[in-house]
Design a protein. Structure first.
Length: 222
C-alpha cells in the first residue's frame, strides 16, 4: 500500500487559513489502512482545525467527507456536489489522489493534507516500512523476494557491502541487513546459486530517474 503521514495542524492551518469554507476529504483505501487519511483522521483533523482557527479568530468553516478512492474518477464524481459547495478542498489522499482531485475540479484549490512517503507494509503495530521503490523493472525473482533496491541502504544489486554488524545494516543499525535476509531467504528456498551470478548494472530508465512514467495498455483502449 501507499504509506503517508499527516502534516501538523499548524502547517495545515497555514495552508488553508485564507479560505472560509473548507472540505476535508478523506480516502477509504491505502491512507485509511495506514491510519493517515481515512474517515477517522478526517474527523480528528477537522476538529483540530476548527479549534486552531477559532483560537486565531479566523472565520473558517470545516466540513468533512470521505470517498472510497480519490485516485479514481468514478468515486471523485460522487463528491462533485459537496466539492462545488466549498471554497477549497484539503485532501487526505496520497499525492496521486490530490492530483486527481485537482485535475478533475479545475478552478478549485486542492491542497495536500498528508506527506506521501512510500510503498510499504505494516511491519508491526504502529510501524510501517518501505518495501518497494517502484523501479519499473522488478528483480525480486533474483533475490528471493527481498528487494535490494529498497531495503539495502546502498541499493547494492551485488551485495553485501561487508559493513554489516550482527546481521544489521551499518548505515542504520536498527534495520536488518537486506543482504543477510536475501541470503537466508535464498537458502531456505534452495536457490543459493543465485548469489554466484553477478548481476549486470540495472537499467534505471523505467524508474522515476527516466522522468514521469505512464503505462499504455492498447488492449484496453477504445
Ligand atoms: S525490484 Fe523494483 S519493482 Fe521490485 S520490489 Fe524492488 S523497487 Fe519494487
Ligand atoms: S549492511 Fe547490508 S543493508 Fe546495509 S548497506 Fe551493507 S549490504 Fe546494504
Amino acid at each position: 500500500m501507499i504509506v503517508a503521514q499527516r502534516k501538523t495542524i499548524p502547517d495545515l492551518l497555514a495552508i488553508v487559513e485564507k479560505h472560509r469554507k473548507l472540505l476535508v476529504l478523506g480516502c477509504g483505501t491505502c491512507v485509511t489502512v495506514c491510519l493517515a487519511g481515512g474517515q477517522r483522521e478526517v474527523s480528528i483533523i477537522s476538529s483540530a482545525l476548527r479549534m486552531a482557527a477559532k483560537l486565531k479568530g479566523l472565520p473558517l468553516e470545516v466540513e468533512e467527507g470521505t470517498i472510497e478512492r480519490q485516485c479514481d474518477n468514478v468515486f471523485l464524481e460522487q463528491a462533485a456536489d459537496t466539492i462545488k459547495n466549498h471554497d477549497a478542498v484539503l485532501s487526505l489522499g496520497c499525492g496521486a489522489g490530490v492530483q486527481a482531485l485537482a485535475e478533475r475540479y479545475s478552478g478549485k484549490p486542492v491542497y495536500a493534507g498528508l506527506d506521501t512517503a512510500f510503498i510499504g507494509i505494516l511491519e508491526e503495530r504502529g510501524v510501517w516500512a518501505e518495501k518497494c521503490a517502484a523501479c519499473g523493472a522488478c528483480m525480486l525473482h533474483l533475490y528471493g523476494g527481498i528487494c535490494p533496491v529498497t531495503r539495502c541502504a546502498k541499493h547494492m544489486l551485488n551485495g553485501p557491502c561487508s559493513g554489516s554488524r550482527e546481521d544489521h545494516c551499518e548505515v542504520d543499525s536498527a534495520r536488518p541487513c537486506a543482504w543477510q535476509l536475501i541470503y537466508e531467504r535464498l537458502k531456505s528456498i534452495g536457490q543459493l546459486d543465485e548469489l554466484k551470478k553477478t548481476k549486470p548494472p540495472k537499467n534505471w530508465r523505467p524508474s522515476l530517474a527516466g522522468g514521469c512514467r505512464t503505462i499504455v495498455r492498447e488492449d484496453h483502449r477504445v
